[in-house]
Design a protein around this ligand. Structure first.
Ligand code: WTA
Length: 636
């Protein structure tokens, strides 16, 4: 079998990039040939952005888990596939070789089958960062069930919304989640969610993570260990079409409820592996660690699929970066001699704030590549990462991509292309980023800014938003004809490198987590004394962006503190703690256009203390309100 194209030098990058753009079908067909297919595809790409109608490796049949696991057994059966570092330092590391992981996945897959799960069924996973989460993801894929992992920090309400949208037949959960010195109930949240009219759920499969007593409903609850016990370690991999659904992952948009981004089997597989190998320059026997949670796309593509498809050793960490202290990440890097380390700017900033020289206590000499993802990285954090963690010798890959893109799109290649603080820099082969102005005209040349779009289809791109294809079309493919619109603004520097500045829509990026303003507003409005609200992002030293809420309320006798506490509790209940507003003010009105649309642009400026650059406010429905809000903001 041939191998994925590995870029080794700048000249190769340039040449391969050109080939991939000139003849994408030839290029991606070659990459796809490196995998094992049950039936070869008839055509590499059949895509139009008008539908959108996206098809890669048309007619091909495969199972992604055979490519993640079975394919490696002959050569690497005894190599560690999955390494797990627990939250508690007195608990042991767990390791699964490729053989062991395959057996565990098969056992779980058989247990799912026994519980009535068949190809096409949706299974929600709401779990801590334990190896069983990876096993459950792959077990779903093994039998063609569509997995939808929900980050275990979401509330019961948010979970219920997702269960209902996916019409999930099963929820896989755990009794508890360990995060630092907290033990967080997990099953309780799922129980509450299921009670919110989630009638599609027939079974809750509960992984035991250490609690003593737990409420139990014998009609739907089943223990993981009971169901897997005695199950065969063999399970035939279900044949999937390239375009059969692999997973749904919910993410926030600028309007309404979260949307289920749909990824399918063939193209996602090819791109996850291609991008992993090249971006991290993974070499045989390296230990790779991505600190993301599997509840987000980064965990899907770069803890599970990318690394396992590539035969790598991938590590999962159960805990948080600051427990038992702020040296934990570096202690783990030292302990496992981590070669590639991939994290979020928020984590870097949070650790910097705990002490700039803490990492000096650890031996970080194994590191070969440092990565960041999820939000823009500021120069100070980039420099610290470079100097203190990488000793100015380890290239940083600032990787730009999205839930919708499935894989990394724009990034330096370590040791191959140059790096520049804050710049994601260069597109991977097959990816053609362009900047457009608000009318959709191409912004050409260098040293320019614009809206970031992608010109051509690529294998791991979003196929649809689950149950609502029209929403997929209007969000990504209608604004700028013939292009995929990212929702981000970007600049291109003198030498053509790309810097992604941030969202241009009503999405706030808090600690690398996407939060829709409309979702937070809806939650705040549930508070009985709130009449109307508007939330915007503002610069936050650790989180990148924080959430600022402007609220119109009824007269209240509550103190500011009491009231704010209640609003935060409401948001935590409706969405989860990650969406809690950082700052709040009560106002008597909100700036609106004559058609009644809230002018968040103005509120964003006010929240950021940029009072002098509000632009023209005279056309507002209520121009005087702006001054009033400014005075209020200044007074706190
Ligand atoms: C932002 C995460 C600047 C961006 C993989 C994007 C970034 C959103 C970067 C997607 C980066 C991600 N530099 N901004 N390197 N990476 N973003 O769907 O606004 O959780 O649109 O996917 O994060 O977030 P998502």
């Amino acid at each position: 079998m041939s191998e994925i194209t590995q870029i080794n030098s700048l000249s190769e990058y340039k040449e391969i990039y050109k080939q991939s753009i000139d003849d994408p079908e030839l290029f991606w067909g070659k990459q796809a040939e490196t995998f094992s297919w049950k039936k070869k595809w008839e055509k590499v790409c059949n895509c139009d952005f008008d539908g959108p109608n996206i098809n890669w490796f048309v007619g091909g049949k495969l199972n992604i888990t055979e490519n993640c696991l079975d394919r490696h057994i002959a050569k690497k059966g005894d190599q560690t596939a999955l390494l797990w570092e627990p939250n508690d330092t007195n608990q042991a590391t767990r390791k699964f070789t490729y053989k062991e992981l395959l057996s565990a996945v098969n056992q779980c897959a058989n247990a799912l089958k026994k519980n009535g799960i068949v190809k096409g069924d949706r299974v929600i996973l709401y779990m801590p960062m334990v190896p069983e989460l990876t096993i459950a993801v792959l077990a779903c894929a093994r039998i063609g069930a569509v997995h939808s992992v929900v980050f275990a920090g979401f509330s019961a309400q948010a979970l219920a919304d997702r269960i209902k949208d996916a019409q999930a037949k099963m929820v896989i959960s755990a009794d508890v989640n360990r995060r630092g010195n907290k033990i967080i109930p997990v099953k309780e949240v799922v129980d509450d969610a299921i009670k919110m009219n989630c009638d599609s759920v027939e079974t809750q499969l509960v992984f035991r993570n250490g609690s003593d007593e737990i409420a139990w409903d014998y009609t739907i609850d089943k223990w993981w260990h009971h169901e897997l016990d005695g199950m065969s370690e063999e399970c035939e991999a279900t044949e999937m079409d390239s375009e059969d659904l692999l997973f749904i992952l919910y993410t926030s948009g600028s309007t309404g409820k979260p949307k289920g981004v749909v990824h399918t089997c063939g193209g996602y597989m090819v791109y996850a592996s291609f991008s992993f190998i090249n971006v991290f320059q993974y070499k045989e026997n390296d230990v790779y660690w991505c600190t993301a949670d599997i509840g987000w796309i980064t965990g899907h593509s770069y803890i599970i699929y990318g690394p396992l498809l590539s035969g790598a050793t991938t590590m999962m960490f159960e805990g948080v970066p600051t427990y038992p202290d702020a040296g934990r990440f570096w202690e783990i890097c030292e302990k496992h001699k981590v070669n590639q380390f991939y994290t979020a700017p928020t984590a870097i900033r949070a650790l910097m704030a705990k002490g700039l020289n803490i990492p000096d206590k650890y031996d970080l000499s194994s590191l070969k590549v440092l990565g960041t993802v999820g939000e823009p990285i500021n120069e100070e954090a980039w420099n610290w990462y470079n100097e203190v963690i990488g000793k100015s010798k380890v290239p940083i890959v600032d990787t730009w991509w999205q839930t919708e893109t499935g894989g990394i799109m724009i990034t330096p290649l370590p040791g191959i292309t140059d790096t520049k603080p804050c710049y994601a820099s260069y597109p991977l082969p097959g990816i053609e980023p362009v900047l457009v102005d608000s009318e959709g005209n191409l912004v050409k040349g260098n040293n320019v800014e614009g809206l970031l779009c992608i010109n051509k289809p690529w294998p791991s791109m979003i196929r649809t938003t689950y149950g609502d294809h029209a929403r997929c079309k209007s969000t990504y493919f209608s604004l700028y004809k013939g292009k995929y619109f990212t929702g981000d603004g970007a600049r291109r520097d003198e030498e053509g490198r790309i810097r992604v500045i941030g969202r241009v829509d009503d999405v706030i990026n808090v600690s690398g987590h996407r939060i829709g303003t409309a979702e937070v507003e809806n939650a705040i409005n549930e508070h009985p004394e709130v009449i109307e609200s508007a939330v915007v992002g503002f610069p936050h030293p650790i989180k990148g962006q924080g959430i600022y809420a402007f609220m119109i309320t009824d007269e209240t006798l509550k103190t500011k503190n009491e009231f704010e506490k209640e609003v935060r509790a409401k948001v935590t209940e409706m969405i989860g703690p990650i969406a809690k507003p950082d700052e709040m003010i009560i106002v008597s009105g909100l700036p609106k256009t004559r058609s009644g649309k809230i002018m968040r642009r103005i509120l964003r400026k006010i929240a950021s203390d940029e009072f002098d650059s509000l632009g023209d406010v005279s056309t507002l429905l209520n121009p005087t309100i702006v001054q009033e809000i400014i005075e209020k903001k200044k007074s706190i």
